[in-house]
Design a protein around this ligand. Structure first.
Ligand SMILES: Nc1ncnc2c1ncn2[C@@H]1O[C@H](COP(=O)(O)OP(=O)(O)OP(=O)(O)O)[C@@H](O)[C@H]1O
Length: 487
């Protein structure tokens, strides 16, 4: 409630079936997902399913899965669906672009259908069965559209709430009926605080990008959410967490939100990059970055490229520069109005602007067709952030490329974890990077997320058995800088 009143009302979501179910094709590496090692821990995990037919979906859901172009489940779906259907709490980690969203939406929808939720109708207080939270407005909107797609033709009504949109409009949408409430933390707490949403029927709480939702930026909001009046205790609800990365300190804290016997599911290496992304690291100095970017974008032609920068100001600056160089470019960051953010994303999605310059606000979760390249114009300070950013390409078995500008003056603290992530994803590690990483200089750099790959299920006894003191989970500076607009 600061600044002028927000009047923006987003365009209505598509009504035609063809847009609701529009999707892109899986790539040549989709079948290789089956070779990834899966680690399930926790007592009595249910057996994985091999096909969607085994998922026990009702007819309308099964039809929607087919219309979405899904032929067979990905590993996180094969394991995640039966775990959720069995009523277990879950902390799931699987690489970017491997289908985590459907892994939680399908079993939740199935349960609602099986129990015959009442068709929601107008009421001054809504009592959703499901709450889904995610860290950014664009991501929660995407999850909402996925929920709407899978719920198509059923009586289950998903609604989305996020900042930057007219509150009156948002409230009216909620009051029309709400089974699945999707929201960013700030707006969600606001709506609950206004008494528009009651929690007595809540059965599922889903944290997407869970490690981000529980880091220093959002942890207080998540504690407030689970402490809201009427919120069922963790014993009386099912709590589900998904991400591609899970620092150990966050995992340990996440246990506060989960039943003791939650299941930990890791598909591949926790925090590992998607190996369908070809990663290149280029050593540059600050002043040659612009020319190198230009050269790179000229060579990629009209292929869609996301360019990540550190600050909102440089996002504007680089986008303007590229436009002056006659490259159709748009930008997304936290100082832009919501209307502009959504326009930017849609211009990028349609290919109207094949280049999108973005801050970390676009690093996680966004699923955009045909993104062939990611450029880290500035590297992030945390390795997990890097993994999420490059994961905007190489999705669903498709091949992607990521080029990162490494400036030794500022990026040396990241060198070690970068080497680990590169080799973990079978990428070539440049000699110079290895030298920086293992030189005295590289090792003394402070990097709170340095211990990549140390974390599997922390209950098995992770690196806290070593002498290293626990480190506070600080959000990366970029993330912190964008926090104020993430509600
Ligand atoms: N079984 C499947 N068959 C075909 N396509 C699928 C399947 N499951 C998911 N997809 C598609 O793959 C894409 C990536 O899925 P999704 O966005 O859920 O990935 P994610 O694991 O959440 O990634 P991120 O970590 O980046 O958030 C989406 O376009 C989704 O519709």
């Amino acid at each position: 409630p600061k600044g002028p009143k927000v009047v923006y009302v987003p365009p209505p979501p598509p009504e035609e079936e063809s847009s609701i179910f529009s999707h892109y094709a899986t790539g040549i590496n989709f079948d290789k997902y089956d070779d990834i090692l899966v680690d399930v821990s926790g007592s009595n995990p249910p057996k994985a399913i091999m096909t969607f037919d085994e998922a026990g979906l009702c007819e309308s859901l099964r039809k929607n899965v087919t219309k979405s172009g899904y032929v067979k489940p990905t590993p996180v779906q094969k394991h995640g669906i039966p775990i959720i259907s069995a009523g277990r709490d879950l902390m799931a980690c699987a690489q970017t672009g491997s289908g985590k969203t459907a892994a939680f939406l399908l079993p939740i929808l199935q349960r609602l259908m099986a129990d015959g939720v009442a068709a929601s109708k107008f009421s001054e207080v809504q009592e959703p069965e499901v709450i889904i939270v995610a860290p950014t407005r664009e991501l929660i909107n995407q999850i909402y559209l996925e929920a709407r797609k899978f719920a198509y033709g059923t009586c289950v009504r998903p609604v989305v709430v996020y900042g930057g949109i007219n509150t009156g409009y948002t409230i009216r949408e909620v009051l029309k009926g709400c089974n699945i409430l999707c929201g960013t933390p700030g707006r969600l707490l606001d709506i609950i605080g206004r008494g528009k949403v009651g929690l007595s029927k809540l059965r599922y709480l889903v944290l997407d990008e869970a490690d981000r939702m529980l880091d220093m930026g959002f942890e207080p909001d998540m504690r407030k959410l689970v402490g809201s009046p009427g919120m069922p205790s963790k014993e009386d609800r099912q709590t589900l967490m998904f991400s591609a990365t899970y620092p150990e300190d966050i995992q340990r804290m996440a246990a506060d939100f989960l039943k003791v016997d939650y299941i930990f599911l890791a598909v591949g290496v926790v925090g590992g990059a998607c190996s369908d992304v070809e990663q290149t690291i280029v050593q540059v100095d600050q002043y040659s970055k612009r020319d190198q970017l230009l050269e790179l974008l000229r060579s990629t032609g009209n292929e869609r490229t996301m360019v990540f920068v550190e600050t909102k100001r440089s996002a504007d600056f680089i986008a303007t520069f590229l436009c002056q160089e006659k490259l159709s470019t748009t930008s997304i960051h936290g100082d832009r109005e919501q209307r502009e953010r959504e326009k930017a994303l849609s211009d990028f999605r349609t290919g109207q602007c094949p280049v999108l310059v973005a801050t970390s606000v676009a690093a996680r979760g966004l699923d955009i067709e045909q993104v062939q390249h990611v450029v880290n114009f500035d590297l992030p300070s945390s390795i997990d952030e890097y993994v999420h950013r490059i994961g905007r390409t190489g999705r669903c078995g498709n091949i992607g490329r990521a080029v990162s500008f490494f400036n030794p003056e500022s990026d040396t603290p990241l060198a070690r974890s970068l080497v680990k992530v590169l080799s973990g994803a079978q990428q070539e590690v440049p000699k110079w990077l290895e030298e920086i990483a293992f030189s005295a200089h590289g090792t003394t750099g402070f990097n709170p997320r340095g211990k990549v790959f140390a974390s599997t299920d922390t209950r098995k006894g992770g690196s806290f058995k070593t002498d290293e003191p626990p480190q506070a989970s600080a959000p990366s500076p970029a993330a912190a800088a964008d926090d104020e607009e993430w509600e």
